[in-house]
Design a protein around this ligand. Structure first.
Ligand SMILES: *[C@@H]1O[C@H](CO)[C@@H](O)[C@H](O)[C@H]1NC(C)=O
Length: 150
């Protein structure tokens, strides 16, 4: 009984930290190592009830040191439109300290809130997560993966 409980708990922890499969959608400045979405794994599409929040964690290595701003953003592509979702916290520089002074693997976790009433249409959509830099919001990295909104 005790052992079974421990195994179940361990199984849940492993499921929570399993990296998911994603596509690289461009950007200059980072190489992404892994993307984790709270409660999701790579063996099925990530299911997210509309209105909920999920923590998205990205591990990446920077190829550039000079960033003075980095903002994390998330979008859903729906009917050919891109809908922005709230990300908190979204100031990556505040967390890492900018400009980045060395080249190393860094982790950033933020909560993505699936807020929009338009998302009440359930179905499989692409979620895009990226970091943008500067006033012109140049893309520093971009990953995308399917989510099943429910
Ligand atoms: C959802 O969040 C986005 C980005 O912050 C905002 O523009 C939009 O108005 C929000 N939608 C709703 C229904 O609150």
């Amino acid at each position: 009984m005790g052992v079974q409980l421990v195994l179940v708990v361990l199984g849940c922890m492993v499921a929570l930290v399993t990296p998911i499969n994603y596509d690289d959608c461009g950007g200059n400045g980072f190489v992404v190592n892994s993307v984790d979405v709270q409660g999701c794994s790579d063996d099925s599409t990530c299911r997210i009830p509309v209105g909920e929040t999920r923590t998205v964690t990205v591990r990446s290595v920077n190829e550039v040191t000079g960033f003075s701003s980095l903002q994390s953003k998330a979008y859903i592509i729906l009917m050919g439109h891109s809908w922005e979702l709230p990300v908190t916290p979204n100031d990556v520089c505040l967390h890492w300290g900018c400009p980045l002074s060395d080249y190393s693997t860094r982790t950033y976790s933020a909560n993505v809130h699936f807020n929009d009433t338009l998302l009440r249409r359930p179905g499989q959509l692409m979620l895009t997560v990226k970091y943008v830099t500067g006033e012109d919001e140049k893309v520093a990295f971009c990953v995308r993966f399917p989510v099943d909104l429910q």
